[in-house]
Each structure stands twice: as C-alpha cells, then as structure tokens.
Design a binder for this molecule. Sequence first.
Ligand SMILES: *Cc1c(COP(=O)(O)O)cnc(C)c1O
Length: 358
Amino acid sequence: MRSTYFTPGPAELYPSVERHFREAFEQQIGSISHRSQRFRDLYQFADAQLRQLLQVPDYSAILFTSSANEIWERLLMNTVEEVSFHLVNGAFSEKLRDFSTQLGLRPITFQKPLGEGFFEQEIQLPAEVELLACTANETATGVQMRPEDIHALKRRYPQTLVTVDMVSSAPYPDLDLSLVDSAYFSVQKSFGMPAGLGVWIVSPTLLEKSKKIQAQTRSVGTYHSLPVLWKNYEKFETPETPNVLFIYVLGKVAEDMNRLGIKTIRQETEQKAKMLYDFLEETEGFAPAVKEIAHRSQTVVVADVPAPAPLLEKAKKQGLIIGSGYGAGKASQLRIANFPAVSQAQVAQLIEVLRTGI
Ligand SMILES: *Cc1c(COP(=O)(O)O)cnc(C)c1O
C-alpha cells in the first residue's frame, strides 16, 4: 500500500516529482557537464520559475547549496562581523543561533516559550545588530511569523540585514523579497522533493557586506563564499559540481506550481489548515498547540493530544504517516504537515481517521 506522508520533512512528494525524475533520466541529465550550455539553460529555467513563483526582485540572485544548514553557516560567515540577532522559539531558530556562537560571533537571543511567536512591536534591536534572523515557520512547534511583522521590522531597521527561514513554508508566505535581504529553503519540506538541495535568495546588500568582511576582517569561506557563489551565478553556474538532477526537477516543480498559481496554492493551504484547526478545536482530546491564532502555522499544524503513540500507530495502519512531536513535544504532540503536496481529500481522510479515536 502507498502511504501519504503528513510528516514535516522529508514529506509527501509533490505529485509531479516522480515524472520529472523519470524524464530527467530519459534525457540523461545525470551525465551532462555542469559547464555545458545545457546545464546553464536548466539553472536559468529553475531561476526564472522560482523568480515568478516567489516574486524575486531582478537584482537578487538565486543560489544553490546542499541544505538549509549549509545556508545558515554561509549566512553567518558572509554577513556578520560580530553581532547577529535571533528570534528563537524552537529547535530550528535555536540551531542558527548556536551556529553563530560556534563561529565565534556574538548572537543576541530574543526567546519565546515553545508554542509562542513574535509580534513586531515587542522586538527592539540594539544598534550593533548586523543581521536579524526570522523564521517564517518554526517547524518544531508549528509557530509562524507573519510576513507583515517581518516587513515592519525591516522598515523600522532599514540598515539591518534581515533573513527569513522559509524551509517549511515556501512558497506559502506572501513575503516581500524586495524588503528582506535574504530568504532560503531546502526542498524536502514544503516544496515536496527528496532532500538534497538548499535554495538561497540573496540581495546585493549581502554580497557587499561579504566583500567588505573579506577585504577588512577575515575569510568568508572558500568555494561557497558569497562572492564565489555570486560570480558563478552570473553565468548560471555553480563553483562545484552541483546536484544537477535536483536543480532540473526543482525548476519543473516550480513551473507546475506557477501553472496552478501562487494564489491558488495559498488559498488551498489556508483551506486545509482551517479544516485541521477546526477539527482540533472541536474535538475532545485534541487542541491546537499554538494558542495565538495569528501565530498558528498554515503549513505545519501541531496538535496537543493526551497520548500521541496510539494515534500515530492507528493512522499508520491506514497508510497515513503523521509527524511526532519535536523534542519535548514527543510525549504530547502530533505534527501534521499541510504542504502543497497533500490534497484536501487527503486531509479530510486524515481528519476522519483521527476523529474516530483509537
Ligand atoms: C528542516 C529545517 C531546517 C534545516 O533544513 P536542512 O535541509 O535539514 O538543512 C532549517 N529550518 C527549518 C525551519 C527547518 O524546518
């Protein structure tokens, strides 16, 4: 039996992914040179499709790395001389902060308890902050940060670089990429591909900062330093031999999403999320883990339940794989990914299985 994965990454694959991989093999994409025109065309295609889907400004670059973890490290090495500022409310936002410490920088943390999020008004940045790190969707806790709060922060602190982690939310958030300086995701979550590629959208302000650090202070890295990545990007190439197959498939998936339309994707995401949250609110033994409605993630729905294990097991028997709670949430939570790859009918089926109890 084929299962449906409601896990928040790796996740259910976008329906067309398998066909695109098959076609990639038929076209022998796995054997082409990454210094060939064919590769440059394929990078350019993925670039154009992502640009359309996410409304990326002309002046920004779209760079490829191995993962979001890699982007975290590049980001800190290339844009922070000393002080980064982190909105921490779960394992992923925390890990980026920890990277900053490990790299010998001085991170400042504004922390919220698990299950809580951030409103723009409560955030004050000290003058020395160079980079503000926001997480559009904290996957560990199912807490979102609304684009309007991120936009307001950038407007209040125009001199501070603002970066947004969109790993488990892109392309859902209606984020204005002409306002933020950096946004990134890896493909195995809301984009519905297998793991193995990070996508980093970078404005020239980051490149300038990186060049300044490189000239005045220290190394900003080697083959994946921002200046090297950017120089290669200008030819639609990468410094290393990249994951060509995935760049091809990503372009095709982004094209499929564009055909469906970002408006439709957002509407469908919100409809499915509403079905899930309504169910959690109305059903005895279930409750949304995030109490503040404005901070309830539309892409990863976290439920408080008395005993997760039997529910996970029951759903699994029906071919529905749900995520367990993250870290401390393992004993009392379920995480349900509501990514574009799962249909309204599949969400309805999951709700029915959960409703009928154990
Ligand atoms: C999964 C995740 C990451 C890490 O992604 P990798 O591809 O494993 O590096 C970072 N941020 C968030 C919000 C995530 O959900």
